[in-house]
Design a protein around this ligand. Structure first.
Ligand SMILES: NC(=O)c1ccc[n+]([C@@H]2O[C@H](COP(=O)([O-])OP(=O)(O)OC[C@H]3O[C@@H](n4cnc5c(N)ncnc54)[C@H](OP(=O)(O)O)[C@@H]3O)[C@@H](O)[C@H]2O)c1
Length: 298
């Protein structure tokens, strides 16, 4: 397949490109730093600096849309919220305009979303039919999904991946946590009761390939393991896998003070279940946390 990927230089995108290249697909990656694409994604990957370069005569069989400013790194000031919004919703709007203009449309658009769609939800078990939340991450995901779904008006199959916390040693949550945990400074967050719905990067990429290929799939998919855990259990399991103590607690009040509204990402969770993937008989390579962490870290 000839595939266009936005955000292909990111954590998920780099791993995805590696797998797609190994399968012989032709890839084009949209990036603000096109010179870095060959190094990050593979030497045969074509770089695109702007969607203006996508001419109507150029046909892609599939489009994968992962681009977006990182949501965890900075306080959510109004300016930051706008950047988070524009890098996802404005970019997806533009992508759909290019799809509309294409002489031959892609068969499928696989577009990013996140479990933040559901908002902070205590212990409630959430599947793809559950209602959306109302906080900022939820609003962002709702708008991101709605923008992508407009491609359906042009006969494109649209899959929305509501991705959980992606576990990888090359970036994201686990890479941030590993060093303090290895130093014996592992820390539970708040009361530790908040749910963490996670996914091993290998499963994340395998699920994306399944959604790309399987013409029966469409709409939202929770890209999470069937066995989410609480923060307390995640902390205990990571400490056990690294054979180090995790003696600390990050008090909720301190996190709220230092991170502002974005502390909700750490203090509130979602207990998300991949009901549609299980109905489609997707076999998880790493369904339980201990096995996933041992595979990644040992
Ligand atoms: N990793 C997770 O645990 C996780 C969980 C849920 C949802 N997601 C979502 O899934 C998507 C991919 O995740 P990831 O972890 O691979 O993200 P990532 O490592 O942060 O990469 C995102 C990519 O988006 C591009 N980007 C960033 N800011 C941009 C902007 N202002 N305009 C255009 N492009 C921009 C960057 O590409 P260039 O620098 O090359 O332009 C970057 O490589 C993200 O949208 C993320 O929100 C991730």
């Amino acid at each position: 397949m000839n595939i266009l990927i936005t955000g292909g230089t990111g954590l998920i995108g780099r791993r995805l490109c590696k797998t797609l290249l190994a399968e012989g697909h032709e890839l084009t990656v949209l990036s603000r730093k096109p010179d870095s694409v060959a190094e990050k994604c593979g030497v045969t990957v074509r770089a695109m600096r702007s969607l203006n370069e996508w001419l109507p005569s150029q046909a892609f069989d599939a489009v994968i849309n992962l681009a977006g400013e990182p949501i965890v790194d900075q306080r959510w000031t109004e300016k930051r919220k706008q950047a988070l919004w524009d890098s996802r919703i404005a970019l997806t709007d533009e992508l759909v305009r290019r799809i509309a203009a294409a002489e031959r449309k892609p068969a499928v658009l696989l577009s990013g979303s996140a479990i933040g769609y559901y908002g902070g939800r205590a212990d409630e078990a959430l599947d793809e039919t559950s209602t959306a939340g109302s906080d900022f991450p939820a609003q962002l995901c709702i708008a991101w999904e709605a923008a992508a779904r407009k491609a359906e008006n042009f006969g494109v199959r649209v899959c929305l991946q509501r991705t959980g916390l992606v576990l990888s040693t090359e970036g994201g949550l686990l890479a941030r946590m590993t060093t303090p945990f290895r130093l014996g400074m592992g820390t539970r967050v708040g009361d530790g009761k908040q749910w963490m719905s996670w996914i091993h990067i290998e499963d994340c990429v395998a699920i994306m390939l399944r959604l790309l290929r399987d013409g029966q799939t469409h709409g939202p998919y929770n890209v999470t393991t069937p066995q989410p855990v609480t923060n307390a259990e995640f902390t205990r399991t990571l400490a056990a896998v690294l054979r180090r103590p995790a003696p600390f607690v990050a008090p909720a009040a301190l996190l709220k003070l230092s991170m502002g509204e974005s502390a909700s990402l750490l203090l509130e969770g979602q207990r998300v279940l991949p009901k549609k993937l299980e109905s489609a008989h997707y076999r998880f390579q790493f369904p339980e946390l201990r096995g996933a962490l041992e595979n990644l870290l040992n």
